[in-house]
Design a protein around this ligand. Sequence first.
Ligand SMILES: [Zn+2]
Length: 107
Amino acid sequence: MSDDLKPCPGCASRNLFDGPTAIGNPERYVRCYQCGMSGAFTAWNRRASDAEIERLRAVLVEARDDVGSWGAYASPYFQEKWDLEGNIARIDAALSPLPAKKGGTVD
Ligand SMILES: [Zn+2]
């Protein structure tokens, strides 16, 4: 296993197979020994870094606070017209952790 390989997206394990797809095929293939998730190395490692995810999460939290704070000044008509509660609910859903995806393939 090489150091440049990200942990499993399904279970965060670092117990991974990392090798050629087949004899004579140089493309790297990754498989998690813990949950069975697998995929081509390029797809496996395409995910954003933890630092990038945290930066985007912070921006989303700030946007959610702004929508909630400034939207509260709008009349009930405009809050409903622009679906203030729905926007906040969608942002909250985006901020929630994703359910674990085990045993699938990385696309
Ligand atoms: Zn896994």
